[in-house]
Design a protein around this ligand. Structure first.
Ligand code: SAM
Length: 268
């Protein structure tokens, strides 16, 4: 392959043509799409995305891969733009033209995947959808419903902004080098209008983070710095409940109550 996979960049290159085709079918790229690929690697997905859409922006951190990709996709001229950059720091709005929203794709480096998803969620208004290959457990966390084992901060915040579809599993043998973990493909589709909106999303993030500080403890315990058991009851939320049983709407109720408390009382 002429390039030695680098562990520090989370490099596991997709080899299995069946899996590649299945991912492409799920994405169903069209010429009118503004496609962005994070971490193209040696171009396994890029090749298929480009042949379907005819153009693509790619963000790759490993500078040794950039010339390989440029050579491989030379025939696309300006329609293939490669940005040698860190996807965590990249300005995605620079790729938006007019009101067009981005379709983001990536077989992500697993060591940064949750951080990167939080970062991209903050750009949700500029994104039409995102298809990611992730560690199976991360997809389970993204898609988990209240009461499920993997339900927590990542899933709640992803589901605040997006519809989440857990699409299919990918076995370790689909990659070279073979990773130690199972993988899965997820689709995140940001809502144009949020179904439930918190008055202050930073407050919501804080409530969720603190509520899950200790999963096995009750809300009364975890949230005691923020809200009293009486106030939780007044919001129709059982203070003896564990955080993993609370719905997004209930977290928003707590968050809005706290936001409201902060606002200075209106003068008569
Ligand atoms: N898309 C290729 C494939 O499916 O074969 C490669 C996937 S590999 C798991 C992850 C890719 O992300 C690598 O090419 C790696 O160099 C790149 N990468 C790692 N960290 C990155 C970052 N912070 N920003 C952009 N790309 C990154």
């Amino acid at each position: 392959m002429g390039h030695k996979a680098r562990k520090r960049f989370g490099q596991n290159f997709l080899q299995d043509q069946g899996v590649i085709q299945r991912i492409i079918r799920s994405i169903s790229p069209r010429p009118e799409d503004a496609l962005v690929e994070i971490g193209p690697g040696l171009g396994a997905l890029t090749e298929e995305l480009l042949s379907a859409a005819g153009h693509l922006d790619a963000i790759e951190l490993d500078r040794d891969l950039v010339p390989i990709l440029r050579t491989k996709f030379f025939r696309y001229g300006d329609h293939f733009r490669i940005h040698e950059a860190d996807a965590m720091k990249f300005d995605y709005t620079s790729l938006c033209h007019g009101s067009q929203r981005l379709r983001i794709v990536g077989n992500l480096p697993y060591n940064i995947s949750t951080q990167l998803i939080f970062h991209l969620l903050s750009h949700h208004r500029h994104v039409a959808d995102m298809h990611f290959m992730l560690q199976k457990e991360v997809v389970e966390r993204l898609a988990a419903a209240p009461g499920e084992k993997h339900y927590g901060r990542l899933g709640i915040m992803a589901q605040y902004y997006c519809r989440v579809d857990n699409l299919f599993l990918v076995p370790p043998e689909a990659f070279d080098p073979v990773p130690k973990v199972d993988s899965a493909i997820v689709r995140l589709t940001p809502y144009e209008t949020l179904p439930y909106e918190a008055q202050d999303v930073e407050r919501l993030q804080q409530v969720v983070r603190i509520a899950f500080n200790q999963r096995r403890k009750t809300l009364r315990n975890n949230l005691k710095e923020l809200i009293s058991a009486e106030d939780l009851e007044a919001l129709n939320i059982n203070p003896g409940e564990r955080p993993e049983r609370l719905t997004l709407q209930e977290f928003i109720r707590i968050s809005d109550f706290l936001t409201h408390l902060e606002q200075p009382a209106e003068k008569e």
